[in-house]
Design a protein around this ligand. Structure first.
Ligand code: TA6
Length: 282
């Protein structure tokens, strides 16, 4: 079904997705999880990495693009609750598509009535907005519709591509404290990848830049001063679902988040927007 001149809704096997074919970019956004899995600006490579799965299954999180981790990041204190929350496996609804000559805005929602009360007994509305141009700008808006305050953590768990993790590094974290495998450490200089890397930063004060053999990717976080930098490396890659043993060589995650001391606290009727703007610098 055509939603605008460049946007149509399509489906493959069990999952529906929005397909964008505009003069300035192409993109693919699954309604499951409100998850963009591909964004290709005109004349540039895909800005996102995604597992090369022929068919994605309903209810299984898609490994790649920008999974939405909400309303908690990581493991929940209740062991049977899903890692990274439930938003990324929920069925979101397409609300709005606005297309102009140089930008497409797409709004998806996860309305309160589709949020499982057993996992999240609060009236909350969740929206994700994509602003597609020659760059990818995503915003995740949480509105507290309840009569009580809310506290939550979240992350835009973005997977980026590289032809070689060995020739990839990330700037913007120099001098920042992070937690990795239960230890508190301090980052000095750029992040290079030589082993499993799973660094949870807060008190960020610079904009990250990823340097790969294909060029540089700039991240401009919005309302976030925490981030996660992850590469599973060799051993963890063997244990991951929807991930080939060698995939660690061609991806990295730099996640724009509100975690640790950067968690979000919302009074009734307050809203919070977490966002990031991603673009090829060169
Ligand atoms: O963001 C890093 C991380 O928390 C890693 O520890 C790893 O678990 C990764 O997320 C992927 O999690 P997933 O549930 O998508 O396999």
């Amino acid at each position: 079904m055509q939603l605008s001149p460049s946007v149509r809704i399509n489906s493959e096997a069990e999952l529906e997705f929005l397909e964008v074919n505009a003069p300035f970019c192409q993109a693919k956004i699954y309604l499951q999880g409100g998850q963009i899995v591909s964004f290709i600006p005109k004349g540039k490579p895909d800005l996102l990495w995604c597992f090369n799965e022929a068919v994605f299954l309903a209810g299984k999180s898609i490994r790649g693009g920008i999974p939405i981790c909400w309303p908690w990041f990581g493991a929940h204190e209740q062991a049977d609750f899903p890692q990274h929350g439930f938003a990324r496996t929920a069925q979101w609804r397409a609300e709005e598509v606005n297309e102009s000559k140089d930008q497409i805005e797409i709004v998806l929602s996860l309305p309160s009535k589709l949020i499982p009360e057993a996992l999240w007994p609060y009236k909350t509305n969740l929206e994700v907005k994509f602003f597609l141009s020659d760059s990818l700008h995503i915003e995740l808006i949480t509105t507290n519709l309840d009569s009580q305050p809310l506290e939550f953590s979240q992350a835009l768990h973005t997977y980026f591509p590289t032809s070689s993790i060995h020739h990839t590094h990330v700037s913007g974290f120099d001098g920042c404290e992070y937690v990795e495998f239960g230890e508190i450490k301090m980052q000095t200089g750029d992040i290079h990848f030589t082993e499993e890397t799973d660094r949870v930063f807060d008190h960020l004060n610079q904009k990250p830049v990823i340097t790969t053999p294909e060029g540089q990717i700039a991240l401009a976080p919005i309302n976030s001063c925490s981030a996660v930098v992850w590469n599973p490396w060799i051993e963890k890659s063997k244990r991951l679902s929807h991930f080939a043993n060698e995939d660690y060589q061609n991806m990295l995650c730099v996640e724009t988040a509100n975690v640790r001391e950067d968690k979000v606290y919302l009074e009734p009727l307050q809203a919070h927007t977490l966002g990031v703007k991603l673009s090829w610098l060169s």
